[in-house]
Design a protein around this ligand. Sequence first.
Ligand SMILES: [Zn+2]
Length: 406
Amino acid sequence: MVLINKVLHGLPEKVIFCKKCVMSNQRPNSVVEFKNTGEEKKPTIYFGEDNICSACKYKEVKENDIDWKERKSELKTLCNKFRSRNGSYDVIIPGSGGKDSVMVSHLLKNEYNMNPLTVTWAPHTYTEIGWQNFQNWINSGFDNLLNTPNGLVHRILTRIAFINLCHPFQPFIIGQRMTGPKFAALYKVPLVVYGEHPAEYGDRVDEAFSPKMKEKYFILESSLENLILGGMPAKKIISDYNLKLSDMNPYIPVNPDLLKEVQVEVHHISYYLQWDPQENYYHAVEKGGFKSNTERTQGTYSKYSSIDDKLDPLHYFTTLIKFGIGRATYDAAQEIRNEKIDREEGVALVKKYDQEFPSKYFSEMLKYMDITEEKFWEVIDKNRSPHLWEKRFGKWNLINQVSQDE
Ligand SMILES: [Zn+2]
């Protein structure tokens, strides 16, 4: 019998794990989500012939080829260029009050003497610790605009994105990328500073040598006509769900004319300084009253990253299903690169936690998306690519798993 191993999501057919970290070559790069129809072949992380992933290669570039003193002085020059002289806001810092945005905002305010306006695109559903940290951030000295999308519409979009793309987190990602430039244009504050560049995770490494984010990630010509949400044209969603055009406002990319008028520039702070999530955590605890969770997040071993949204663990469960990469793999790969753990520990942590089911908020998130448990598993099983998953004795197993001898 000839087995036809169909590959879903346009992933590489042969699974390879990085020799240095625990990432596999199935990791998709970020896409322009508001053009994502679910039909495109997904671009994935680059692996060299030596089976080392581009994130680990970029780490070497950071260590050996970048002059960080020079980069620091570039940050000073940038701040000098934009610093306000009349007390008005001079930098927009998008963030949630998680460890990274707390670090960036304190750094720019206290060490570079800027006047930040922090802006937050609300999580789907706040966790208790996420809300506390958000409040701690504001109370540690920042003005903040909390941008919460219409819950009815956001839930519909989350549901559609889950059913069509197995990507329930998509509405959040869309808003998060746009929030900075949008508020910059609205408040006429031209400088926006985000945290890390995706090159930290091996994505768009070639773009990491420029401090500015390319406009294609937040600009769309002729707005609604080309807008795709959850793999569906926005216009069809409006008619199918009896919504209004204005209900789509939070998801419509920024008007290019307005951005030009304000001369908005979007930068990543990781261009200017060595990005290290654990160091950000220590900084955030010390300066911003940031608190880690009392228990680890399901699907991983960590307690302090991405802990503010109840949908987050489910998001990583969908990446496990689609790409064979769960939350522990993302966490361990990053920590190996930043020399917090070694590869052996990383492999053990992935084996222990990566496939753990996110049961804690599961029923609540099904209700949030208005999806039955039966429908949930139907979508999940449909998205298991046969080159990654096999069913044995009624149980799904990942065919390729990271091991010590890669
Ligand atoms: Zn690697």
